[in-house]
Structure formats: structure tokens, C-alpha cells
Design a protein around this ligand. Structure first.
Ligand code: PXG
Length: 463
């Protein structure tokens, strides 16, 4: 079958249901309904196999930072494939794309984050991080420092390591996660869990949960704390301003390593190259993927500080992936970084797109369904609620209203995700102000229709 001369949607859906097992999908239910099949994309817009156009409010899966259709990346890939389609970086070899990309990342990353270990994805990079921080402490003569503290409702990937670092209860319920040596603390989610505290009080309390956990299990057993600067998959949870400075104080006090998972927040999403810079935190390791190549090629990695990298270098690190630093992926990532840089896309997020989105998004707060409308950089979320004043959840249980809203978004030509009853967006960083207006218009229509639907079902009821 030719992939460009597309057969009718029903035929594609039948093939898909018969043979393709989808991630994070009830495959049986999808088989009944048929998958939405995306065939083309340009800029911030997708086209599906029925010819419908959608604004991609999620930049794919939080990754297409420079937008779709940049031929320069295709050309970089083709050039690299002709010259050297594959070689590895094991056993004392290297190649130009990997070493050039590592040097470029060292230049972009703050402070002494000067070393890069490549992986094929964010999950793999976090698996690397687990082994690297434990090996670091072993080489320091403190092998008992093996425990990594992470957060409930954090997301760090879907491998055994990444899924264990993540704090997703539904994932832990399947397949024997979390692996030993990983413990979780509560998240800084004020709207959902802050009770009567002010956001600032709550941010401090949730940061101090880290100190309590360190003291509970013994500081001498703790290797690292891992967290996303802003939780993405958990529902675009923006921590109160008091949170990160207190976390930084605590990791400094106990001398534990800080891993900032920048898979979503890296490469301009928050208006700086890295989310850590946006929050003024000083990680020892940053996990990267997604926006590193704008999703045009699968590539991830860990950017590592001098002290950790120099310690790891004292012995052979028995770890690596066939595709660590894959030359085609690295060449594409370099071209992506060149475009982000030369077209000032990151500064435009900071100075224009993010403030514009913040204002436009905040107008949704007046909608009867919307409890809060928050954003940071080009990540934004809405909390749907049957009762704003009490920040109530729906009696029907989490996720039903969100699901209804997501379906109306699709019907209105907008890809907006739901996480439970939070609606989330993270559009390509190149989104224009007029496309932000159009996105908000479509979101508002979808909210109106969702509200009508929930009223009709008698579902505007607080739990
Ligand atoms: N860390 C973070 C912070 C992520 O968001 C990963 C690690 C894992 O990356 P890979 O490349 O292995 O997928 C991610 C990935 C969602 C969703 O539903 C989020 C991700 C992936 C798939 C779905 O929001 N984030």
C-alpha cells in the first residue's frame, strides 16, 4: 500500500484495529470506534484522513516546538543518512553529529551542565539517570545512597525505570512497578489538594514533604530527587512560587542530587531554554527529549554537571543504547536547535507568545465550568468544576467531564488533552497571536457545548 495515496478512512481504521496496539489506549474500545488518522501537518495545523483541519494545541505530544513542515530538518536527515546513516558511540568511537550536539547542549545548558549522555527517548534517559546517580554515589564510597525520591502524579516515562520514577497510580497497578528504591511524595497541586492553605503556604508545605521524607528514610540513603519544573502529563500543574526555592534549599542542605526532568519544559516551552532557568533552580542532571528534535526524530538524553560526569568517568559505566547519539537524530536535533536559536523562537515565547497566551487563557476563567485557568510559558491548563467557589470535583468521578470536553474540542477543530478533569494545552512555540485567538475561540465553544451536555446529563453536581 502506498502511504501517500491514502485509502478511505474506514479501511485504514480496520487495518489499525486489526494489527496496531496503541500506547495508553483501551485497544478493544478503540477498535469499535476507529482511530483518528492524521495524515499531514503544517505549522500548528494537522489534517486528518477525512480532510478535517485541527489546531494542534498539544504540539504532538508536547514535542513539536518549531511546528510542522520545516523542510530544513528533512534535508538535514537526508544529508546525514547519505553520509553516515548509523554508527555507534560505544567502545571509544564517536561521530561528528553526536559530539557536535553534545557541545551545543553544553553551551545552551546553564552553569556547569557540560556533559551529555544520549538516549533514544525521555524514558530511556531517566533509566540512565537512575543508574548514573546510584553509580555516582557508589564511586563516592556511599553505595547505600540508592533511594530516589520522586512525586505522585509526576511523569517520567513508561519503561520500568521511568514508570517507577513517575507517580501514576494507574501505571503502578500494572506490570510490577515501582521497582525497589524509589519513593514518592505529594505534588504541589494547590487547586486540587491545597485545602484552606494559600498557594504560598501550600507550596512550602509540599516542598517540606521532601525534607520529611529525607528524614524519614535517612539522609544517608538518599541519592536524588527528581521532578518536572512544571508537571506536564499530570495536568499542567504549575507549582506555587514558594515551592522550588524551598526544594532547592532542602536538596542543598542534605547534599542530594537534583534531577530536573526537562523533557517537556526544555527547549523554550517556558520562555527560557530550560525550565530550570525559569524557576532559578540548579539541577545536577537534566533529562531531555521531545523538543530537542521538535519530535522530528526520536532522541533524548541527560545533561550532566561536571562533578557527576567526572566521577562517573572514573570507571567504566556499563550502560548505553544502540541508538545513543544516533547520527541522523543528532543531525536533526542540531538543525532544530539552530532554528530555535536563529529565529529567536525562545525569546519570542518569553516576550510575546507566553504573555499573550496568559491574557487570552485567563479570559476563560469567567466560564461557568472553569475553576482556574493557569499558564506558564506555553503550557496552560483549565480545571473543570461543577462549583468554582469550593473547587469541587464532579460527583460522577474524575475524567468524565474532561473526556466530554476533549471530544467537543476535536469537533471544534482543536486538539486539547484532558487529564482527569483538567484540560491542557502546550502548542508549538511558533504559534501566532491570531492562532492563539482562534485556539481560545474553539476552546470556548467546546466549553459551552460541554456545559450544555453536562447540564443535560444532570452531571453538574459536586462530589
Ligand atoms: N519525562 C517527562 C517529563 C515526560 O513528559 C517522559 C519523561 C518520557 O519520554 P518518552 O520520550 O519516553 O515518552 C515524558 C513523556 C501525556 C504524555 O499523555 C506525556 C509524555 C509521553 C506520552 C504521553 O501527556 N511525556
Amino acid at each position: 500500500m502506498s502511504l501517500t495515496n491514502t485509502p478511505p478512512t474506514a479501511e485504514l481504521q480496520a487495518l489499525d484495529a486489526a494489527h496496531h496496539m496503541h500506547p495508553f489506549t483501551a485497544n478493544g474500545a478503540l477498535g469499535q470506534k476507529g482511530a483518528r488518522i492524521i495524515t499531514r501537518a503544517q505549522g500548528v495545523r494537522l489534517t486528518d484522513s477525512n480532510g478535517e483541519e485541527l489546531i494542534d494545541g498539544m504540539a504532538g505530544l508536547w514535542c513539536v516546538n518549531i511546528g510542522y513542515g520545516r523542510a530544513e530538518l528533512a534535508e538535514a536527515a537526508a544529508r546525514q543518512m547519505r553520509e553516515l546513516p548509523y554508527y555507534n558511540t560505544f567502545f571509544q568511537t564517536s561521530h561528528v553529529p553526536a559530539l557536535t550536539l553534545a557541545a551545543k547542549l553544553a553551551e545552551l545548558a546553564p552553569d556547569d551542565l557540560n556533559h551529555v549522555f544520549f538516549a533514544g527517548s525521555g524514558s530511556e534517559a531517566n533509566d540512565t539517570n537512575i543508574r548514573m546517580v546510584r553509580q555516582y554515589w557508589a564511586l563516592k564510597g556511599q553505595a547505600q545512597r540508592g533511594t530516589i525520591i520522586a512525586r505522585r502524579n509526576g511523569y517520567h516515562g513508561s519503561t520500568m525505570g521511568g514508570g517507577s520514577l513517575g507517580g501514576m497510580a494507574a501505571m503502578h497497578a500494572q506490570g510490577g512497578m515501582p521497582i525497589p528504591g524509589i519513593v514518592h511524595i505529594d505534588q504541589p497541586y494547590w487547586w486540587g489538594e491545597g485545602g484552606d492553605m494559600t498557594p504560598e503556604e501550600f507550596g512550602l508545605a509540599r516542598a517540606r514533604a521532601l525534607e520529611e521524607k529525607i528524614l524519614e528514610i535517612g539522609p544517608e540513603t538518599v541519592a536524588a530527587f527528581i521532578a518536572e519544573p512544571v508537571q506536564g502529563a499530570g495536568g499542567v500543574i504549575i507549582p506555587p512560587d514558594s515551592y522550588w526555592p524551598e526544594v532547592q534549599r532542602i536538596v542543598d542542605k542534605y547534599g542530594i542530587l537534583l534531577i530536573a526532568d526537562e523533557v517537556i519544559t526544555g527547549f523554550g516551552r517556558l520562555g527560557q531554554w530550560f525550565g530550570s532557568q525559569s524557576y532559578g533552580i540548579r539541577p545536577h542532571i537534566m533529562t531531555i527529549a521531545k523538543g530537542l528534535s521538535s519530535g522530528y526524530q526520536p532522541i533524548g538524553g541527560s545533561i550532566v554537571c561536571d562533578e557527576v560526569a567526572q566521577t562517573i568517568a572514573q570507571d567504566e559505566f556499563n550502560h548505553g543504547y544502540t541508538y545513543s547519539g544516533h547520527p541522523v537524530a543528532a543531525a536533526v536535533a542540531l538543525e532544530n536547535l539552530r532554528i530555535l536559536d536563529e529565529e529567536s523562537i525562545v525569546t519570542r515565547v518569553r516576550d510575546e507568545a507566553a504573555p499573550y497566551l496568559a491574557n487570552a487563557w485567563a479570559t476563560l476563567t469567567d466560564h461557568p465550568l472553569v475553576g482556574e485557568a493557569v499558564s506558564r510559558g506555553l503550557m496552560a491548563s483549565l480545571a473543570l468544576t461543577p462549583d468554582k467557589s469550593s473547587r469541587a470535583a464532579f460527583a460522577a468521578g474524575p475524567g468524565r467531564a474532561g473526556y466530554v470536553c476533549r471530544e467537543y474540542c476535536f469537533a471544534n477543530g482543536l486538539v486539547m488533552r484532558h487529564v482527569g478533569d483538567r484540560m491542557i494545552i502546550a502548542p508549538p512555540l511558533v504559534i501566532s497571536t491570531s492562532d492563539i485567538d482562534e485556539l481560545i475561540r474553539r476552546a470556548r465553544n467546546a466549553l459551552d457545548q460541554t456545559l450544555e451536555h453536562l447540564h443535560r446529563d444532570g452531571a453538574m453536581v459536586a462530589a
